[in-house]
Design a protein around this ligand. Structure first.
Ligand SMILES: N[C@@H](CCC[C@H](N)C(=O)O)C(=O)O
Length: 291
């Protein structure tokens, strides 16, 4: 079974091209857990499937390192867009990708050799209602700088769904914050019935945020695209930055440019890159095409 390993700002996934051999019901959760293992597998933050779609040009599915399925993946989408254009599946620079969180539009920027370096994505509208995150409480209210009690501590949180649920906490210094301790507690708090991604944000100035993430199902990663969008929405709602102005989000793996426009859509621009291509040869995993 062929694979490609790619990353968006260090957020790395194993990509499987299922465009020519569609499969819906394989045990992708187990495949994700096995290949993501750094000792017995390849090592990654999860797997991403590129599939045919009935409602968009292409479809993407993402499984986290622990086998849980995410609804969207901002960094993965840029990688998928690059792969599809570089490998001539996409013949135009603008196309659409279906995710469990909705259909997104992408625009790739290719160099003179037709190789994609940057991708801009319309990530759609943020959802703020508790019922949509989802989180406990009045489903028609939203959590904007709300003091939430989790594990005996009070955290002033802003919660945003970008397809995936994100709890955003503003801190003085992202590098001093004990993310590895607090991350798993918040991820699995009863308040979030489907668990949550925790983003911590340091406001550098009105055009720049620093962001680190504890991802649901994968733990600390170098970057999270949907999380960076959620961080800009949360920073806008808390009056740290201004709406419609492009914001630079600095993540451990690099930078993203994000803006929340007048039509309520969040736009994200950033890089995507290959790491390697290979063939899976892990005993105990039945290559799905031979099942
Ligand atoms: N790294 C991703 C998000 C992946 C899914 C997430 N962990 C979830 O389960 O919600 C991104 O770049 O958006």
């Amino acid at each position: 079974m062929q694979f490609t390993k790619m990353h968006g700002l260090g957020n790395n996934y194993i990509f499987f091209n299922l465009l020519e051999m569609p499969m819906e019901n394989e045990d992708f959760a187990e495949l994700a857990r096995t290949v993501s293992d750094v000792n017995f597998g390849i090592g990654s933050d999860g797997i991403i499937l590129m599939c045919p779609s009935d409602v968009a040009d292409f479809k993407m599915r993402i499984f986290n390192e622990d086998g849980s399925e995410g609804k969207n993946c901002g960094n993965g989408l840029r990688c998928v867009a690059k792969y599809l254009f570089d490998h001539m599946y996409a013949t135009s620079t603008n196309f659409t990708i279906e995710t469990l969180g909705g259909i997104v539009s992408v625009e790739v920027e290719a160099d003179k050799k037709r190789v994609v370096r940057h991708v801009t994505i319309d990530m759609g509208k943020p959802q703020l209602l508790k019922g949509m995150i989802p989180m406990k409480g009045d489903p028609l209210s939203s959590a904007i700088n709300e003091s939430l009690s989790i594990g005996g501590q009070i955290y002033p949180m802003t919660c945003v769904s970008m397809g995936n649920p994100h709890a955003i906490l503003f801190v003085d210094d992202v590098n001093e914050f004990p993310l590895e301790e607090v991350g798993p507690v918040i991820e699995c708090a009863d308040l979030f019935p489907e668990r949550v991604n925790l983003g911590i944000v340091q406001v550098k100035n009105r055009q720049e945020l620093h962001y680190r993430v504890w991802e649901r199902g994968s733990g600390i990663t170098m970057a999270c695209g949907t999380g960076a969008c959620a961080a800009v929405v949360a920073a806008t709602l808390n009056h740290y930055v201004d709406r419609h102005i492009p914001i630079t989000v600095q993540l451990p793996g690099g930078k993203l440019m994000i803006s929340w426009d007048e039509n309520d859509h969040v736009w994200k621009r950033g890089e995507a890159a290959y790491i390697c291509h290979g063939e899976l040869a892990i005993e105990g995993i039945i290559p799905v095409e031979n099942k």
